[in-house]
Design a protein around this ligand. Structure first.
Ligand code: CA
Length: 657
């Protein structure tokens, strides 16, 4: 039963632009507001606790214009819990407020919180780290639990797998740094956390039960997930502990990016959205919820109060928690107008806030594809970043076929894609007419370059499947070459936590399933146990040379603006390819800012000789800035013909005169 026939007309009439929805404490009073124009009645219930039979009182709310319901209580209700009950012709349902900013255990009831009481000591003094252009960022994706749940993290037992796990410095494993010190050592600028907003499927009331989820099952968009708190029963605890996480990272100069999942709700007719205004917040077809997300009911960002809801939510996270950016899950489910509006709203607070997302969906949306933030519409929202699946699949092979190989693992057909990716997927005069499908970025700032994320096989596991007959030594070279291409490409590099020490996700096979080449690795570990997902820090000690190489690539990237060109004009003027006899050997130069680098990529598993072009060779002397081991050699090279080792990336630098 639809409640609204024409949403556009309805929105024009009923839109509410106030910033006071939810529970607000003002001058010792507590005010409640909720928007639901078609409700016959709305009731506020106050409780003593987040769950259980402890109702304090029920109060009817009063309908104001544009459909906002209001009630004021003449005391500060900090510490109490509340719900709204919405009455419609067909249904009367009690639910948590969609604007609840805190909640009790398992997100069943909103918690009334005076946020001024939640700041850790020194909170006001800590500033967001600077990030002048997205190309200056080096993003590291991790999951709160994965990061420190394993004993090898060295984090104290109570803090393992929690927000507080990020606050503990000085931890080591077999002599290597772990936890937050590891992040500093690697040199990343931002940590992207898998969803920390409240999600549905981990029972927060059972902290010692073996449970796991990535968190793409959103329940309350403005509340924190309770299972990452040391006490999910206490609404303020998770707030204070998450602020401690943000503060600890900011003190080390590292920004915090939240992974936000506004594209769908985990529950359908039992979601708080549907209970507070049936069908308004979701897209439908033939009166059924549509599933463009592939994992639940998709939301309707094109409706004004949904758009406003997302904007309000982002602003809340930025202002209350000092968040530095957002990664939008399945961003293509949001309409382009909304995505641009959200960028505008973030710009008003701080233009340095990062915003990027997945330019694809998980299923088919009823909204026209030219209205949605798909990657192929990238130029319509050029200020918002997009995950670059071209470089991802070009480097290691197609994501959805475990056996498929990429440029680093023997597939030379990928060379064109890799050349495009190296230039940040912006137009380049030397690549005209070649692989135009990989020329989609409005500016290099739009391209989020990666070859591994939480989804799908890790690069290491994919190499173990697709080139399993190669030696471990060869596969390590392939992994390093993949990292070299991703980290030195124009755009924004993105690394999956543990990728820098060959992360693997061993799978526990169901009873009766025989192991084969590929099923021993988990390619979709969203609810797999710690055995599969947790970071095993011993691996960092074991593959320290790989880690050191990643670290040196990041340091090189940070050392010169030539590796972080932020406009397509700069890419055109600084980045030049120099043809080799063998088209699969890539040699390019980066010239500008009084510096010059030559990068040589040898994708063959044997030595290859590159010819440095005469014009470069005659213009100065070159030394090896970064060899395949990550080392530097300041003695100038003597031969214009440079022999590169198998599967390697070499960076030369022109000696300054
Ligand atoms: Ca939860």
């Amino acid at each position: 039963m639809p409640y609204v026939k024409d949403y556009k007309e309805f929105d024009d009439k009923h839109f509410y632009g106030g910033d006071d929805l939810g529970a607000v404490i003002v001058d010792g009073k507590t005010q409640f507001r909720t928007w639901s124009p078609r409700a016959y009645g709305v009731y506020l219930k106050i409780y003593n606790d987040g769950v259980g039979n402890n109702l304090v009182e029920t109060l009817p709310m009063e309908r104001h214009r544009t459909g906002v319901w209001f009630v004021e209580i003449l005391r500060n209700l900090d510490g109490y819990f509340y719900t709204f009950t919405y009455e419609f012709y067909e249904q009367k349902e009690e639910t948590i407020d969609i604007y609840a900013k805190a909640c009790g255990v398992n997100g069943e009831r909103g918690a009334i919180v005076d946020f001024s009481t939640t700041n850790p000591d020194g909170w006001d003094k800590v500033k967001n780290p600077q990030c002048k252009t997205p190309c200056d960022a080096v993003i590291y994706e991790t999951h709160v639990r994965d990061f420190t749940i394993d004993e090898s993290s060295g984090v104290t037992f109570e803090n393992r797998g929690k927000f507080l796990g990020f606050t503990q410095s000085g931890t080591t494993c077999k002599g290597v740094k772990t936890g937050i010190d590891h992040l500093v050592e690697l040199g990343v600028t931002h940590v992207q956390l898998l969803p920390v907003e409240d999600y549905a499927t981990v029972d927060e009331s059972k902290p010692h039960k073996a449970q796991y989820n990535w968190g793409y099952d959103p329940k309350n968009y403005n509340c924190l997930e309770g299972s990452y708190s040391t006490d999910a029963e206490d609404p303020k605890k998770r707030i204070k502990e998450f602020k401690k996480l943000v503060m600890a990272l900011h003190k080390k100069g590292i920004g915090v990016i939240m992974d936000v999942v506004y594209n769908h709700t985990y529950f359908s007719d039992k979601s708080a959205f549907h209970k507070s205004f049936p069908f308004y917040y979701h897209r439908t077809k033939d009166w059924k919820f549509t599933n463009g997300s592939g994992c639940g009911c998709e939301t309707a960002s094109e409706r004004k109060m949904v758009r406003k809801y997302i904007a309000d939510s982002l602003k809340f996270w930025v202002t209350e928690y000092k968040i530095d950016g957002f990664r939008f899950d399945l961003m293509a489910l949001h309409d382009i107008e909304t995505v641009n509006y959200l960028r505008d709203e973030l710009d008003k607070i701080n233009p340095q806030l990062l915003m990027y997302g997945e330019g694809w969906t998980g299923g088919e949306s009823p909204l026209a594809s030219d209205k949605l933030a798909y990657k192929w519409n990238s130029h319509s929202f050029g200020r918002v970043g997009l995950f670059n699946d071209n470089i991802r699949d070009g480097v290691k092979g197609g994501t959805f076929n475990a056996y498929d190989r990429g440029f680093v693992s023997g597939n030379m057909n990928a060379v064109g894609t890799i050349c495009r990716a190296l230039t940040g997927c912006v137009p380049h005069y030397q690549l005209k007419g070649h692989h135009e499908e990989c020329c989609w970025a409005f500016e290099p700032t739009q391209s989020i370059n990666y070859c591994e994320a939480h989804d799908n096989n890790t690069v290491w596991d994919k190499l173990c499947i697709s080139v399993k007959d190669e030696s471990e030594e060869t596969r390590i070279k392939m992994d390093k070459l993949a990292a070299g291409i991703v980290i030195l490409s124009q755009g924004v590099p993105f690394i999956h936590c543990g990728q820098d020490f060959l992360r693997t996700k061993p799978k526990i096979l169901p009873d009766g399933e025989a192991p084969n080449d590929w099923n021993i690795y988990d390619e979709n570990s969203y609810n797999a146990p710690d055995y599969t997902n947790s970071i095993k820090w011993e691996r960092k000690a074991q593959y320290k040379d790989v880690f050191d190489y990643y670290k040196k690539l990041i340091a090189l990237r940070k050392s010169s603006p030539l590796f972080r060109l932020s406009t397509k004009g700069e890419v055109e003027s600084c980045h030049k390819f120099h043809k080799q006899q063998d088209n699969n050997l890539i040699l390019y130069s980066l010239t500008g800012f009084d510096r010059c680098y030559v990068v040589m990529i040898n994708p063959y598993n044997c030595e290859k000789t590159f010819e440095i072009p005469w014009d470069l060779w005659n213009s100065g002397r070159y030394f090896v800035r970064l060899d395949a081991e990550g080392k530097r050699n300041t003695t100038p090279i003597e031969n214009r013909e440079f022999t590169a080792p198998p599967l390697s990336l070499t960076v030369l630098k022109k000696a300054s005169v």
